[in-house]
Design a binder for this molecule. Structure first.
Ligand code: RIB
Length: 317
């Protein structure tokens, strides 16, 4: 990797195979879909793309397979301004795939098949080690091997970068990894899962939310931002908690709203903004993303977010 991006994302790339349905099928049931599309996705790639759209200097480190999807995903990211020199190809496997259904309310279900994302070993980070160490923000998720997430976090902290750890999809996390993060950004379901609870009834009451977040803090995380969808986000540390509302919008597709949030948070933090500024910016980017279908195609530009925030301030919809 030659350039020196301020934001480095180490994570997944997926082709999202998306079927629109009126309602989700029950187990054993077949429902008719109204539309099928293929979108560029993957939590790592989405967050990198989101950050680049918002003006960040971003590099993505990941793996694709030797198929057409891999080339397509790399090209789409590159066209969006993401440095993809750190995206390798493992011709022995297929590119990551997400099979997604979205219903009429914009909600989704997702099944992810890791494919090449599972071949991003810690050794494969080595050519990008200097970029990780020089970054000001490193963004990590859990769609790649956990030991690689740990290795990237270790490198990042050694170089002085802030580490945003998005624990999605939720998986048991070692205390050492939580302690390497600067901030952990689960949604409510992931937060409950990290505490060993089954799918909670949403929204989780604030007291319970704070207790769960402080459970993560007790296991090493310095701070937690809980992404709450249309309810915005809640920042929790051992000492304080802060709610940031999300601007109300008409949701078309909530896929990758969390990725828009994380990408925007990374951009704001890399620019030196405080969390009081970064969180509303991230909530605005996430709100805008749900008004459009698809993962990466839904990511707003910097201009769109600023215009949206300004219009809301003036009381316009
Ligand atoms: O966060 C949304 C993403 O999750 C989708 O793009 C899909 O690829 C899955 O990884």
């Amino acid at each position: 990797m030659t350039s020196s991006p301020s934001i480095v994302v180490v994570g997944s790339l997926n082709a999202d195979l998306v079927a629109r349905v009126d309602r989700f099928p029950a187990p054993g049931e077949t429902v008719r879909g109204s539309r099928f599309e293929v979108f560029p996705g993957g939590k790592g790639a989405n967050q990198a793309y989101a950050a680049a759209r918002l003006g960040g200097a971003v590099a993505l480190i990941g793996q694709v397979g030797g198929d057409g999807y891999g080339l397509w995903l790399r090209t789409h990211l590159q066209d969006g301004g993401v440095n993809v020199h750190g995206v390798g190809t493992d011709a022995t496997t297929s590119t990551g795939i997400a099979v997604i259904t979205t219903d009429r309310t914009g909600e989704n279900t997702i099944v992810v098949v890791a494919g090449a994302n599972g071949t991003l070993t810690p050794e494969r980070l080595e050519p990008s080690a200097a970029a990780i160490e020089r970054a000001s923000v490193v963004l990590l998720q859990l769609e790649i091997p956990l030991e690689t997430v740990g290795a990237a976090a270790t490198r990042a902290r050694a170089g002085g970068a802030r580490v945003i750890l998005d624990p999605a999809p939720a998986a048991p996390l070692p205390h050492a990894l939580l302690a390497l993060a600067s901030v952990v950004t689960p949604n409510e379901t992931e937060l409950a899962s990290l505490a060993g609870h089954a799918a909670p009834i949403l929204p989780i009451p604030t007291d319970d939310l704070d207790r769960l977040a402080r459970g993560l803090i007790g296991r090493g995380a310095p701070a937690v931002i809980v992404k709450r969808g249309e309810r915005g986000a809640r920042f929790v540390t051992a000492e304080r908690a802060l709610d940031v509302p999300a601007p109300a919008v008409e949701a078309v597709d909530t896929t990758a709203a969390g990725d828009a949030f994380n990408g925007a948070l990374a951009v704001a933090l890399a620019e030196g903004a405080s969390l009081d500024v970064a969180m509303p910016f991230a909530c605005a980017a996430a709100s805008l993303s749900v008004t459009r279908p698809g993962a990466q195609p839904s990511m707003p530009t910097r201009h769109e977010v600023e215009a949206f925030v300004a219009a809301r301030r003036r009381g316009q919809p």
